[in-house]
Design a protein around this ligand. Structure first.
Ligand code: UD1
Ligand code: CA
Length: 455
């Protein structure tokens, strides 16, 4: 029996008050629907169909290459109608699992439990107990078996008191589902074709309906507005941080960190408050991330320390580097081992070899720096002539004095020393002192201006 997964993602999401379709709203930096597609893939479905509508082609376009089929539900006439759009191409022999594009935190293990409880020709719905079930479809049971689901708007007082609710997620045989969907009517309080009505039909056809409870509300929560989106964000962050702590990563405060992507950590990593990780980040053994750092798509070697308030993107470091406080590493910044990058230093598309130091107020762009180099405070590479970028090369053990402009293309020889305040436009030879300075002048008897009456 093959598995077909149908994901409902056609709803408008009016309450988001956003131009972005609901299922494209970001959770930990990725669209909601992405999480559901991941689960579908992990379950090994033979066939995944996404029913889309609101937002039009923007939704399929965002997931082009996802290897799923897309079915348009032009008018949102209800969850039953939505599933029906996906049925013609679904093989009768398959088991169908219905998921929702706005329910991103559902775990694969809970879904496996649901599928395992659904032998061929039987039906299973995923439920959850709620302290306040108002607004949700209530589960009506007869012992172990579910005998009906009553929507809030159609529920009696006694039914409203039931705390077990329908999450909307269900599994059943495709052939039977097709027949039930064809018999749905929209004669109810919302004038919609309710998918949940198929459960009553299953009961009437003497098909067993199992009610499987999810482990908690968080994993089944549907996201309808920005408040719920923020709630889901916190829940997901807690999950990610728990996993990292279980693997030995230390956090000063697990509630004050954000992971938007994949964070892979070695042993004895410590992360202080307000660190944000985006994209693919790898932290080697013993790295320490101090407070207030953004680190995106970067790889930091073992023993590296990032002091407070740095912005690091597309960078790599070797072992035992020290960055910041207040440093900016831009794409293509590559530090070897034992490199120091200090405060108010920006490095872009440059390599810095072992043991070199760039400690204060410096811009390094399109540069190759050798080993053991010292770059003085306030030095910049002038890599851009207004039209093109040019390269600077600094040889091993060179000493660049403070306040130097290196006008690229330019090459500084190994062991060269550049005098403070120089503007270097030509090759500075190996082992020599090169400097460029206008003569120092003193104007004798010069008077300071005095403040005039009016101003
Ligand atoms: C549904 C269930 C309810 C359950 C609740 C849990 C039905 C009739 N009711 O109610 O029992 O407690 O979910 O959240 O199924 N959608 C479409 N096309 C449509 C209508 C909906 O794609 O024509 C999608 C929406 O985008 C949404 C999901 O289906 O993601 C749920 O639809 P919604 O109308 O919000 O159902 P609920 O009233 O929440
Ligand atoms: Ca809803």
């Amino acid at each position: 029996m093959g598995l077909s997964i149908i994901i409902l993602a056609a709803g408008q999401g009016t309450r988001m008050r956003s131009d972005l379709p609901k299922v494209l709203q970001p959770l930990a930096g990725r669209p909601l629907l992405g999480y559901v597609l991941d689960s579908a893939r992990e379950l090994g479905a033979d066939d995944v169909c996404v029913v889309y509508g609101h937002g039009g082609d923007e939704v399929p376009a965002r997931f082009s290459g996802a290897g799923v089929r897309w079915t348009l539900q032009a008018e949102q006439l209800g969850t039953g109608h939505a599933v029906q759009q996906a049925m013609p191409e679904t093989p009768d022999d398959n088991q169908v699992l219905v998921l929702f594009g706005d329910v991103p935190l559902l775990t694969v293990s809970t879904l496996r439990k649901l599928l395992d409880a659904t032998p061929k020709n039987e039906f299973a719905v995923l439920t959850v107990d709620m302290d306040d079930p108002s607004g949700y479809g209530r589960i009506v049971r007869d012992g172990d078996k579910v005998i009906g689901i009553v929507e809030q708007k159609d529920a009696s007082e006694a039914e409203k008191a039931i705390s077990e609710i329908n999450t909307g997620v269900m599994a059943c045989p495709a052939g039977k589902l097709k027949r039930w969907l064809n018999r749905l009517s929209n004669d109810n309080a919302q004038g919609e074709y309710y998918l949940t009505d198929t459960i009553a039909m299953a009961v009437a056809d003497r098909v067993t309906v199992h009610g499987i409870k999810a482990s908690n509300w968080t994993e089944v929560m549907g996201i309808n507005d920005k408040k719920q989106l923020a709630e889901a964000e916190r829940a997901l962050q807690a999950r990610l941080v728990d996993e990292l702590m279980a693997n030995g990563v230390g956090f000063a405060d697990p509630t004050r960190v954000d992971i938007r992507g994949d964070l892979v950590c070695g042993k004895d990593v410590f992360i202080d408050v307000n660190a944000v990780f985006e994209g693919d980040v790898a932290l080697g053994d013993g790295t320490r991330i101090e407070s207030n750092n953004l680190i995106r798509d970067s790889k930091l070697g073992a023993g590296t320390v990032v002091h407070s308030n740095c912005h690091i993107e597309g960078a790599t470091t070797g072992e035992n580097c020290e960055i910041g406080p207040f440093a900016r590493m831009r794409p293509g910044a590559e530090l070897a081992n034992n490199v120091k990058v200090g405060n108010f230093v920006e490095i872009k598309k440059s390599t810095v070899a072992d043991g070199s130091k760039i400690n204060h107020l410096t811009y390094i762009g399109d540069t190759e720096i050798g080993t053991g180099v010292n770059v003085g405070a306030g030095t910049i590479t002038c890599n851009y002539d207004g039209a093109n970028k040019h390269k600077t090369t600094i040889g091993d053990n060179a000493f660049i004095g403070s306040g130097v402009n290196l006008v690229a293309p330019v090459e500084i020889g190994r062991d060269a020393t550049i005098g403070a305040g120089s503007t270097i436009t030509r090759h500075a030879p190996e082992g020599e002192l090169t400097l460029e300075r206008s003569k120092q002048t003193t104007i004798r008897g010069w008077k300071k201006p005095t403040k005039s009456g009016a101003s």
